[in-house]
Write a new protein. Structure first.
Lengths: 87, 136
């Protein structure tokens, strides 16, 4: 009963800024929900709400199909192409 | 009529004139099938995130248009035949919220032909050259 909350309370960054629509061409906005290797970050780590996580998942997959962001990053590519290069 | 957006990637090996003519041909495919092009946005030559058919770069072009849903399959069929295209992505804007976003994107594209985020390396080089010329 006297358990304290171990972690800071998570909140959805997209709800806070009232994002209604995401554009897959805006690669800079997708960075928040992508890992170093361009995997989609899970909700438990980013704190996104279900609705916005669903939106970002669709948008990231579209951007991958359009060759705006890579599907996978190998160990070699991680070194040669850091995150900042892609914009 | 439904709102759509198409992103096409044209082969980088073509010359500038050939790229323009192929994009005109792509737009002609849409208009000949009864589509109305709202605006286009040339994102320009960009580096691809991964090689497509051994090409490292590609010319990105975005077309916003409205068309009857039944015509999309024909347009995509024509795009698949076109050998100058590396890739195309068709996005449907269906709900009211998405259509509002579509209108915003169209307005944004009309203001500046290239969005500031979509600035290409080529454009940056050009501005750098201009700055040098101004300094001289």
């Amino acid at each position: 009963m006297s358990e304290k909350r171990k972690y800071k309370k998570r909140f959805c960054k997209y709800c806070e800024s009232k994002v209604e629509f995401m554009d897959y061409k805006d690669v800079g906005a997708l960075r928040f929900s992508l890992s170093e290797r361009y995997k989609i970050m899970p909700r438990r780590l980013t704190g996104n709400c279900k609705r916005h996580q669903d939106m970002i998942t669709i948008v990231i997959k579209r951007a991958r199909a359009a060759a705006l962001i890579p599907y996978t990053v190998t160990r070699k590519a991680v070194v040669t192409a850091p995150f900042e290069n892609l914009k | 009529m439904r709102h759509y957006e198409n992103l096409v990637i044209v082969k980088p090996t073509l010359t500038a004139e050939e790229i323009h003519s192929s994009i005109a041909a792509i737009e002609e495919v849409i208009t000949s099938n009864g589509g109305e092009i709202a605006t286009t946005d040339a994102m320009g030559m960009r580096k691809l995130a991964y090689p497509i058919n051994k090409n490292e770069r590609g010319y990105f072009h975005v077309i916003y248009y409205t068309i009857a849903p039944s015509a999309i399959s024909e347009i995509e069929r024509r795009f698949r035949i076109n050998e100058e295209l590396l890739r195309f992505v068709t996005i449907k804007y269906d709900t009211n919220r998405e259509i509002a976003a579509w209108n915003k994107l169209v307005e944004k594209a009309k203001k500046g032909t290239t969005a500031p985020k979509a600035e290409t390396e080529v454009a940056v080089e050009e501005t750098a050259v201009e700055a040098e010329a101004a300094a001289e």
